[in-house]
Design a protein around this ligand. Sequence first.
Ligand SMILES: [Zn+2]
Ligand SMILES: [Zn+2]
Ligand SMILES: [Zn+2]
Ligand SMILES: [Zn+2]
Length: 227
Amino acid sequence: MARRKQTRGKCIFCGREMTRGGLARHLPACSKRQEAMEKAQQKPGQEQKLYHLQVQDAWWGDYWLHLEMRGSAKLADLDYYLRAIWLECCGHLSRFSVGGWQGTEIPKRRQIQQVFRPGVELTHIYDFGTSSKTLIKMVRGRTGKPLTSHPLMLLARNDPPEVVCMECGQPASWLCMECMYEFNEPGTLCDAHAQEHPHDNYGELRSLVNSPRVGMCGYDGPSEPPY
Ligand SMILES: [Zn+2]
Ligand SMILES: [Zn+2]
Ligand SMILES: [Zn+2]
Ligand SMILES: [Zn+2]
């Protein structure tokens, strides 16, 4: 199989662009992030345990997030965030487990600091029909004041994977579900070819947003972070 080009994304502190693994090494060492952490230390408030988590889709790993979460936050907070940025289509059930997606369920009321240690990987599953599976592991922990009042902070996410129009090879921004499911075609279309595309049995074309759930169930974005 041809080697896929790894997606890249930007460090929100310094703007440098790297792969998922590059950022896992960069973020703990980023000098702009160090400055932001020092500033946060001077503000009032309690120090606490903070967890740098790496989140990725369980399929190709093209879609990923680097997050810093409060140890006292709950898995429910992470579930909320994953639904908002990537997954929510029609309010399906979800669950966290350890030891693969068929492993032991971890209740959503559990705190991050009760669950994560180096080497622990959680699987999050959203929708038990057309499932989206996500893997979450700890990169490292630190003690300090959080940089945000939210339960977690987005440190980096992948740029949208490069997808080309199946008709002309130009960048695509639309997806035809009928092509995918009835004709086994990629179904990816540029703006021009989307305009003249004949299929409508699966409703309107879907927009190709930056989410691993594109083309699954009723998912139609917007794939924006809630904070
Ligand atoms: Zn940086
Ligand atoms: Zn759905
Ligand atoms: Zn085209
Ligand atoms: Zn089509």
